[in-house]
Design a protein around this ligand. Structure first.
Ligand code: RB5
Length: 144
């Protein structure tokens, strides 16, 4: 199960991602918004809570630029959120950073690219090994 959420800027991309990736077997829980103006930190918190409680394996957050969502998500302990706009970074943030949330900008990316990046994010496994030590160091930063 994947938690997905957006603010008013990201509804079209969110719907497209749910529609196209559901056809490929992914299941989503939609944490809002429905298109009415809303504040992105509220949606970021709702999606991240689904991930941290293990109700959902990963989270996807969409706003105008993806930046507000990524700032908000990365304030939450246990969340490693990546702002994704290209396939290389999207693949390697899973391989090396074990990110559990991806953020995208609906006003900077097309919806087709958004869906393609989401699929890469959801299908790429963490490499572990030397990268785990660095993830552990990030976790230590959270506790300082
Ligand atoms: C909303 O207008 C816009 O500020 C928001 O979607 C996002 O881009 C913030 O980072």
């Amino acid at each position: 199960m994947i938690a997905i959420g957006c603010d008013h800027a990201g509804c079209e991309m969110k719907k497209y991602i749910i529609d196209t990736l559901s056809e490929k077997g992914f299941e989503f829980v939609d944490m809002g918004c429905d298109g009415s103006p809303c504040d992105y930190p509220v949606i970021a918190e709702a999606v991240c809570k689904e991930v941290l409680s293990n109700n959902c394996e990963k989270g996807i957050l969409i706003c105008g630029t993806g930046i507000g969502m990524s700032i908000a998500a990365n304030k939450i302990k246990g969340i490693r959120a990546a702002l994704c706009s290209d396939s290389f970074s999207t693949k390697f943030t899973r391989l090396h950073n074990d990110t559990n949330v991806m953020c995208m900008g609906a006003r900077t990316l097309g919806i087709g690219l958004g869906a393609e990046l989401a699929e890469i994010f959801l299908t790429t496994d963490f490499e572990g090994g030397r990268h785990q030590r660095r993830i552990d160091m990030i976790t230590q930063l959270e506790n300082k």
